[in-house]
Design a binder for this molecule. Structure first.
Ligand SMILES: C[S@@+](CC[C@H](N)C(=O)[O-])C[C@H]1O[C@@H](n2cnc3c(N)ncnc32)[C@H](O)[C@@H]1O
Length: 261
């Protein structure tokens, strides 16, 4: 499928360099927005997604260098997420993030010192994340060195996991009230491919990971009827823990060369 890209400033060199990292998107570039549908936008802030049906200020754009996510990455040391993963003094387990999404959780985990291998299946979300990671790396974010990212279906790769923690953060059930931000309006207007988080959880539990962690809305049922051994609770979400063995130093080894085998 060919996507429409809008590059009003005609920044061909920087644009084409960035797009080399996103080979899964075929793009037809033009100078002004189309009259209907979603389109990509390219400017000095990198790649964003907009919708002709929404206000042109609405855009889905990931930014680890400025704004709220940058502040969250810098601030976090002991939030529920890192506790759920088993981070403690002297132990930073390696993590396979099977549902990378907008990269909020993976950036926090890599920043506290975990080696992270992350996958995102949706081509548009994966493109926006890949470009945001490029910009973070160019801005000198050292946590990017601990991160490997792939546009991939993680259900096809979790069986390769031999150690560390597998993290699942599937889309919340539909009845959850829609998030109000402009970026979320665009995200919710995208066609999401059918989620099958139960299958992902079963594959994760069958792998060699020491622990599987699932993020759920605080009041939601457990995923796939699988009762966790324990839970770490935050205000609106909780993390269901499925430990298979005690985490050791071996679970902090990098995933280099393991997950692409
Ligand atoms: C709720 S979001 C994850 C949010 C993420 N934890 C964050 O902090 O931004 C869920 C994401 O998982 C992706 N996803 C669902 N199943 C997947 C799979 N089997 N492989 C890769 N990505 C998947 C969806 O496309 C979606 O972008």
């Amino acid at each position: 499928m060919e996507w429409v890209g809008v590059d009003p400033l005609h920044q061909v060199v920087s644009r084409d360099e960035a797009m080399e990292l996103i080979p899964w998107l075929s793009m037809r570039w033009q100078a002004s927005p189309p009259e209907s549908g979603h389109y990509f936008w390219w400017d000095d802030d990198g790649l964003a997604l907009k919708s002709a049906a929404l206000d042109s200020r609405s855009s889905l754009h990931i930014d680890f260098v400025h704004g709220a996510q940058a502040r969250r990455v810098k601030a976090v040391t002991g939030e529920a997420l890192t506790r759920a993963m088993g981070c403690q003094k002297g132990l930073r387990p390696s993590i396979v993030d099977t549902t990378a999404g907008l990269g909020g959780d993976l950036s926090v985990l890599a920043n506290v010192g975990c080696d992270v291998f992350a996958m995102e299946r949706h081509p548009i979300v994966a493109a926006l994340l890949q470009d945001a990671l490029r910009r973070a790396q160019e801005a000198g974010a050292s946590w990017c060195e601990r991160l490997q990212f792939r546009h991939a279906d993680s259900a096809e790769r979790v069986s390769h996991v031999s150690h560390g923690v597998i993290y699942l953060d599937p889309m919340f059930p539909k009845e959850r009230k829609a998030a109000p931000s402009l970026s979320m309006q665009v995200l919710h207007s995208l066609d999401q491919t059918t989620d099958d988080p139960e299958r992902l959880l079963e594959a994760a539990l069958d792998s060699g990971a020491a622990r599987v962690v699932v993020k759920r809305p605080i009041k939601a049922d457990v995923l796939g009827g699988r009762v966790p051994s324990s839970q770490v609770k935050a205000k609106t979400v909780r993390f269901d823990l499925y430990p298979k063995r005690k985490l050791t130093d071996d679970d902090c080894a990098s995933f280099h060369g393991v997950m692409d085998a």
